[in-house]
Design a protein around this ligand. Structure first.
Ligand code: GUN
Length: 293
């Protein structure tokens, strides 16, 4: 069997249309959803993510601002900026790009962002709302994007066994919160695997849906995956490739060529989960604007 490719870009285009329609409706009331992204330091991967987020927001008819701060910025300075953005009525969504420089505690910064403007869904209030199934909270964009991607690809989650590899606050844990909720896109039986899991391959082999979000290049191989499973690859890793002009290339956490031979559906890297994540950020920002006005 050769897996069917789940085209994240096509799904993202549909969401982009929906968001643009909502922006047009808000514009008739004089409201332009505003997203402010804060980037501290020079991490090259973060700089690429932030550029993509910025471009996509402007295309959707939103106002997007990026504040770039030097790596030497103190925690107090960053908290003061968050306070100012919390009080700015033209800013409906605030995203502080992670990772932050080592001298800044990410949880302190996340807790300072108003939960109403936390379009990343990282504030404990939103984490809690997602876990208890309250719909007015914000779910983190990557797992929310995976959930929509599965739905749009016609993958049933109810009663299926989803194995998530990775227990991060950004993907693994919120992914589990979303998949166990009752209702559409939920009702799954969920296993979370992590670096201390014994016999990872044994767990992965029992999955109807595998979600890899661990940040280790090509670690999920074809022999680990059950025939017919759906495989979602959240990883984006840059590896050396002497045959490429740049000397590097992007790969996921899934060994695409071997897993493709056994899975029924698979997301490519790049072009799978990534475009969905940004579409969900726009969706959260529009909802934040609607809730704040
Ligand atoms: N770094 C990697 N992914 C994310 C994300 O979704 N949000 C933020 N703020 N930082 C990230």
């Amino acid at each position: 069997m050769l897996a069917e490719i789940i085209d994240g870009a096509a799904v993202a285009r549909k969401i982009r249309g929906d968001v643009a329609d909502q922006c047009a409706m808000l514009a008739t009331r004089g409201i332009v959803p505003g997203l402010t992204v804060v980037l501290v330091g020079e991490d090259p991967a973060s700089a690429v993510y932030v550029r993509n987020k910025e471009k996509a927001s402007v295309e959707a008819g939103m106002k997007s601002e990026t504040i770039r701060l030097p790596a030497s910025t103190t925690q107090e300075e960053l908290l003061a900026l968050v306070d100012r953005l919390n009080g700015d009525r033209a800013v409906h969504g605030i995203l502080v790009q992670m990772p932050l420089p080592k001298h800044i505690d990410p949880q302190t910064v996340i807790r300072r962002i108003s939960p109403a403007k936390d379009v990343d869904g990282f504030h404990p209030v939103n984490v809690g709302k997602v876990l208890i199934g309250e719909k007015d909270g914000f779910a983190p964009c990557t797992p929310a994007g995976v959930q929509v991607l599965l739905a749009e690809a016609g993958v049933e989650t109810a009663g299926r066994h989803a194995v998530i590899i990775g227990r991060s606050n950004i993907v693994g844990k919120p992914m589990a919160s979303l998949l166990i909720q009752p209702g559409p896109g939920g009702d799954a039986t969920v296993t979370i695997c992590h670096s201390r899991t014994n016999d990872l391959a044994w767990h992965v082999k029992r999955a109807d849906i595998v979600i890899a979000a661990v940040g280790r290049p090509e670690m999920v191989t074809g022999d680990m995956v059950r025939s017919g499973a759906v495989v979602i690859d959240v990883g984006i890793n840059r590896i050396a490739d002497p045959s490429a002009k740049s000397g590097t290339r992007l790969v996921g956490d899934v060994h695409y060529e071997s897993v493709r031979q056994v899975a029924s559906r698979i997301t490519p890297v790049p072009g799978g989960v990534g475009p969905r994540t940004i579409a969900m950020l726009r969706r959260n920002t529009v909802r934040a604007a609607e809730q704040q006005v």
